[in-house]
Design a protein around this ligand. Structure first.
Ligand SMILES: Cc1cc2nc3c(=O)[nH]c(=O)nc-3n(C[C@H](O)[C@H](O)[C@H](O)COP(=O)(O)OP(=O)(O)OC[C@H]3O[C@@H](n4cnc5c(N)ncnc54)[C@H](O)[C@@H]3O)c2cc1C
Length: 513
């Protein structure tokens, strides 16, 4: 693999091969790019697991302005309105682009897209494939298209471990590829590494999604923003499995109700009922469980025997645990699901570091605000991967590759971080717990050990959550239950997060993780 390096120098480097990374690579063609994917293509990442679908205003009764209004409402005052408008008007074109690249979406008898309904959407606008196999179908189509595209070199099994920066600009990427070190000289890097679920004890994300892209960008000096906004999905399957299998919101969209083990339908008096925004439903379930109750989805009346046809993948997962959604209740619990925050980027995915772009879940465009509207993430990745490609194509290739040297980096290990972050920054937070989390995470983040990067990301999430002294969207503080006005956003760097840890008088002890 090291022999391949001279051929790769000077190419645009895309780190991550989910919907965001592969779309950016295709949009950049015929410009030569190299995609680093730490796992074989379509073997890891959240995209393959996406069930519900892709949100886009494509129905006869829909319009991007309706989608815009729903996205702004879910974002609870913190969305960037220009980004939202750009996104909702671009989403239908992104669906057509995917279809042109071979994605086969579910259609009705007349050949029109079959559109699902999900929580807090005012219209049916969830484009899906194979019932609940949307992510798999998207990846099948994208991987096939990438394999057909000669300008895209994919290195499978290549894990990016550091970005190289000179004078505030990106000059290269250091990666581990199989059992060899690899350094690529480049002035253009796109981070597309997905979410942070692997930093939590209970998450629906693949365990490999533990914020490596955030660490790469932040260690290169990039600003991060909205980190405190972590979405907990209300209905992960309540079984002893990690990651927690997901029971898509689309099940509630089809009419399933939530009941506790006493049979009480506890969402009945809440506006929106079972289709209230995710944070509202997640907190209601979390509180019920804190009272010692178990919580279930009941799809018997709305779908019954039709459940397996509409939701074949969920049916198969349930069967592994002897759960029969057609005739019985489905036990559910909240689980970390999506990170609204990320690398702070503009409408073209540009970060605060020259030569560094980000798209997909790792990026924070300002689209989601304090809470993501269901199924907006796949479409966000598609829409903004196109903008990133436009920007990279206009900017890249201006510098000659340099000779680069960097000391080898150990593989990251998020395991010590999971209990600490989960205790501090779960469904409901409190200043005291956040301060305790920061105290425990700071020494790890300052160490040179394998937990350093995951701990630094977790520390930054806790610091952002501590700074936000209000409850808004997915960020609920039991010590600050109300919203603060006006709504504000505040970015931070790793150095600022560590400075906060020091100011709290919890100076990190010297210790190796
Ligand atoms: C169970 C589940 C269901 C979901 N359902 C939906 C849905 O129905 N609709 C919707 O809109 N959203 C859904 N989401 C969210 C959505 O799937 C993700 O936000 C989206 O797929 C993220 O895409 P991505 O390309 O940013 O990241 P991912 O698809 O996670 O891909 C990240 C890639 O980066 C690679 N990588 C990571 N670190 C490195 C590194 N250091 N070096 C090299 N490679 C690296 C990974 O191997 C992977 O290839 C769901 C998420 C989950 C977990």
């Amino acid at each position: 693999m090291t022999n391949a390096q001279p051929l790769l120098d000077g190419r645009v480097v895309i780190v991550g091969a989910g919907v965001a990374g592969l779309s950016a690579a295709l949009r950049l063609a015929p410009k030569p790019v190299v995609v680093l994917s730490k796992a074989p293509l379509a073997a890891e990442g959240s995209t393959i697991w996406a069930q519900g679908g892709v949100a886009a205003a494509m129905g006869y009764d829909d319009d991007p302005t309706f989608h815009e209004a729903d996205t702004l409402a879910a974002g609870d005052g913190l969305c960037d309105p220009d980004i939202v408008a750009r996104f909702t008007s671009g989403a239908p074109g992104a669906i057509r682009w995917l279809a042109d690249h071979g994605a086969r979406f579910d259609r009705d008898a007349q050949g029109r897209l079959a559109l699902g309904l999900e929580a807090a959407h005012s219209r049916r606008r969830i484009v899906h494939a194979q019932g609940d196999g949307t992510g798999l179908e998207i990846m099948r189509a994208l991987v096939a298209a990438v394999r057909r595209t000669p300008s895209i070199e994919v290195l499978e099994g290549a894990e990016a471990r550091r970005l190289l920066v000179d004078d505030g600009r990106i000059v290269g990427v250091f990666a581990r590829c199989g059992d060899a070190d690899l350094t690529i000289a480049t002035d253009s890097v796109v981070i597309a590494t997905g979410g942070v679920g692997g930093l939590f004890e209970t998450s629906t994300n693949p365990l490999g999604s533990f914020g490596q892209g955030l660490a790469l960008a932040a260690r290169a000096g990039a600003r991060l923003i909205d980190l405190e906004f972590v979405q907990f999905h209300p209905t992960a399957l309540d079984v002893p499995a990690s990651p927690a299998p997901l029971v898509s919101e689309a099940v509630r969209g089809e009419g399933a109700i939530l009941v506790d083990d006493l049979g009480e339908r506890f969402m009945i008096d809440v506006p929106g009922r079972e289709l209230a925004p995710r944070d509202v439903v997640a907190r209601a379930i979390w509180r019920r469980r804190a009272e010692g109750r178990r919580v279930y989805l009941d799809a018997r009346a709305c779908l019954g025997a039709g459940f397996a046809k509409r939701f074949p993948a969920i049916t198969a997962i349930c069967a592994q645990w002897n759960i029969d959604p057609a005739n019985g209740l489905i036990p559910v619990r909240p689980a970390e699901h999506y990170h609204m925050g990320g690398v702070q980027v503009d409408a073209f995915g540009r970060s605060s570091v020259e030569g560094l772009w980000a798209c997909g879940e790792v990026a924070c465009t300002g689209l989601h605000g304090a809470n993501r509207l269901a199924s907006n993430s796949l479409s966000e990745a598609l829409v903004f991967a196109a903008s990133v490609a436009e920007s990279v194509a206009g900017a890249a290739g201006s510098r000659r590759p340099q000779k680069l040297r960097i000391a080898a980096r150990p593989p990251a290990d998020p395991r010590p971080v999971r209990p600490l972050l989960s205790a501090a920054a779960g469904v409901e937070r409190h200043g005291e717990l956040l301060r305790e989390g920061i105290a425990a995470l700071a020494p790890l983040a300052m160490s040179e050990g394998p937990a350093a990067d995951p701990a630094a990301v977790a520390l930054a999430i806790c610091v952002a959550a501590l700074h936000r002294e209000e409850s808004r969207g997915a960020h609920a503080r039991s010590d600050f239950p109300n919203r603060a006005e006006p709504a504000t956003r505040r970015g931070l760097t790793f150095d600022e997060a560590l400075a906060t840890a020091r100011e709290l008088n919890i100076t990190p002890r010297k210790r190796t993780a």
